[in-house]
Design a protein around this ligand. Structure first.
Ligand code: COA
Length: 327
């Protein structure tokens, strides 16, 4: 039996403060009705000044480690998927490493926007397949509220803050991660972009006035690409494992828009009870969306041994991909 990666613990953490659609309707020209029907979002959690990306990531990590029964000092590697780090350097992963006291762990951040967690999980999977004893902490964590223009109704109604984590190790049993498929198309990067927080367009009065420090999104275009890419990544995973729709027990789609999730479920022929949805509570938490969902499902007892799980995500870059696993 080949070595496979398994998830032995999950955790998640979201900021305390809840912002409802009604709260947003008092700030920008929108309504609760529009947001609910067009996105499926009812509320989102928004960080205060203390709830930084690394803080949320560390909290989610502690819960995952606790569930896994793994001590921080036994971790070999920490990978944080994010596009809203505390700062460019040190990485969120290094801040988490220090907070946890994970003395022997390597640590790095991975940038693939909303697909970051699946990218990070894929990387962790490759390490574990080489050395089944490795213990890797994979986190998806975002504080997108800090890079959102709260006067732009196209974006501010969608995103939320949060973090989710998973502890990965190896097994020779016939379960765990079965396949990973990653894709990208940089030619479409401009459709979903934070232009001004890097080194090409450094912070300046001029660039701040243009709003380049914020997420800018051409929502309708992104939507069209997202549904196509996610459907194709889902079929790719299913074909690789010889699955048809009936073989998927639970779908974890990136929680970007309820209409995207339902569309994907329909295309795959999945009944509603096989599609995990929590977008109404958190909005789009980007890299944190799938690990928060996984943790919620895990803690409510939905993830039973042998369950066949399909995870599919799409995000800026563009990036997209899928991970199939047997729990
Ligand atoms: N409240 C009220 N009206 C709004 C609005 C808001 N928050 N945002 C946009 N509108 C208006 C638009 O101005 C437009 O008005 P018009 O017809 O008078 O021009 C109308 O609603 C439709 O706008 P459109 O952008 O076509 O809406 P949509 O149905 O595509 O929904 C998104 C917008 C952003 C919710 C949707 O496109 C989406 O979810 N996109 C993908 C998001 C995604 O996947 N993100 C990246 C992956 S992480």
């Amino acid at each position: 039996m080949p070595i496979r990666s398994i998830i032995i613990g999950t955790g998640s953490h979201v900021p305390q403060r809840v912002v409802t659609n009604k709260d947003l309707a008092s700030r920008v020209d929108t309504t609760d009705e529009w947001i609910r029907t067009r996105t499926g979002i009812i509320q989102r959690h928004i960080s205060n000044d203390q709830e930084t990306n690394s803080y949320l990531a560390t909290q989610s990590a502690r819960k995952a480690l606790d569930m896994a029964g793994v001590r921080p000092q036994d971790l070999d590697l920490i990978i944080v998927g994010t596009m809203s780090p505390d700062m460019p350097m040190p990485s969120v992963a290094c801040l988490v490493q220090n907070e946890l006291g994970a003395k022997k762990a390597g640590a790095f951040d991975l940038y693939a926007a909303c697909t970051s967690f699946l990218y990070a999980l894929s990387v962790a999977d490759k390490f574990v397949r080489c050395n089944s004893r490795m213990k890797i902490l994979v986190i998806g964590s975002e504080v997108l509220s800090r890079v959102t223009n709260w006067e732009d109704r196209n974006t501010c109604v969608i995103f939320g803050d949060g973090a989710g984590a998973a502890v990965i190790t190896g097994t020779k049993e016939d379960r765990g991660i079965l396949s990973t498929h990653l894709h990208s198309d940089g030619s479409l990067g401009e459709l979903l972009i934070i232009k001004g927080l890097g080194t090409a367009f450094p912070v300046s009065h001029e660039n701040l006035e243009k709003g380049w420090q914020y997420i800018q999104m051409q929502g309708r275009e992104v939507f069209k690409h997202a549904i196509k890419a996610m459907e194709s990544a889902a079929w790719e995973a299913m074909e690789a494992n010889g699955w048809n729709g009936d073989d998927v027990d639970l779908l974890f789609s990136h929680q970007a828009n309820i209409r995207i999730i339902n569309f994907l479920g329909e295309k795959l022929g999945l009944p509603k009870e096989k599609i995990f949805i929590n977008i109404h509570k958190y909005g789009n938490t980007s890299a944190a969306s799938i690990p928060i969902a996984l943790d919620e499902a895990n803690r409510t007892g939905l993830l039973t041994p042998g369950l066949r799980i399909l995870m599919v995500a799409f995000g800026g870059g563009f990036t997209w991909g899928s991970v199939a696993m047997c729990w």
